[in-house]
Write a protein that binds this ligand. Sequence first.
Ligand code: AMP
Ligand code: GLY
Length: 421
Amino acid sequence: MKIAILGSGGREHALTFSISKSNKVEKIYCIPGNAGTSELAENIALDINNFKTIYEFLKKNNVDFVVVGPEDPLVNGIVDYLEKLNIKVFGPNKIASQLEGSKIFTKNLCKKYNIPTAEFGVFENAKDSYKYIDNAKHPLVIKADNLAAGKGVYICREKAESYLAVKEIFDGKFGIANNILFEEFLEGEEMSYFIISDGKTFKFFGSAQDHKRVGEGDTGKNTGGMGAYSPSRLFNEELEKKILEKIIKPTLKGINDLGTKYKGFLYAGLMIIKNEPFLIEYNVRMGDPECQTILPTLDTDVVKILQSCINENLIEIDINWINKKSLCVVLCSNNYPDKYEKNIIVNNLEKLNLDENNYLFHAGTKKQDKKIYAVGGRVLNFISISNSYSAAKRNIYKNLKRLNWEKGFYRKDIGHKVIDK
Ligand code: AMP
Ligand code: GLY
């Protein structure tokens, strides 16, 4: 089989790696990929938001199916575009992708189907928003409706912060704003819960906790993700039952009621309060770095799983997992998430100890003249699976020391909620 993967992050390297282990695979294309994927696949330098050139490439090269990694092309309808041209795609269509593309769409769905989530209100202009703020309880959560690469969310401790958030959103900081979302602040602990769906059935695809903040102790600016561990310490059977009955099943029904199906990965960002789940957000893709953390524990041929979703017979497949703990630490360029240097050489990669329990997945890297350069903020993902989180963490930090990359930094407390106790 020939398979293409769209994207260039750690998530896509992890997907490429898992796909490459399948004996069904003859060739993998990564569009555009990174230095890591180029070891396992052929990287193709195309823009994943230019659907026409993607289609022409897939058609010309007789690709059997394509896996879409990031949210942008999904929200913009790449699945609908390619399916119309008879290309097989793994990922949700444009209607279903609104679960990530529009926060207000998701909140309205929650309301209609009684899905537990923070209380909310929607306003169409700054004047009404200011009026609301005057009497609102703080902290108050204010969100831009559209995709904002995780940045359109403000947790406002006091009124002045709320006014500023409203101003920035309506001034167009995250694109044209026709409305704004206010949410009650939920105090609990976050957990990521994943499923894979073929539109008829769905199956569990792991749980995790990620560390979004740049600083130790979960402080400082938000990032794409500094590390994660899986399974989440909050995960238990009773909680899972609630997540499925109160959140996942009504959501999939909501999508069906719109006359379509949810196909692909679905990532529920949850706030857990006293073992009760509340939906914070949906993502219509795997998480990054959760994908890198979870996939090494998958014990079933991923190609078989993806294919069964495309063919709508996921019900026939058992998805098995290795019963181990997994941890991932992200190595970033100095100064990330603010402006960082690009094209910095990364040496010592050959010194790393990598085996069936220790993995390295590239993110913002490129290969030139047989050398590896950092070109993104998040550069490399170090993963280890083990019988304990602390052993996994030790293995990772040993590899980070072997690499000894002076131009980068990483958090030394990934998994602190499960390790430092
Ligand atoms: P989102 O992009 O909607 O996931 O929001 C980003 C982050 O903001 C989440 O991961 C939470 O840490 C936080 N957050 C969002 N909504 C709420 C809420 N209603 N209450 C508390 N924290 C929230
Ligand atoms: N790990 C957060 C995300 O993928 O959005």
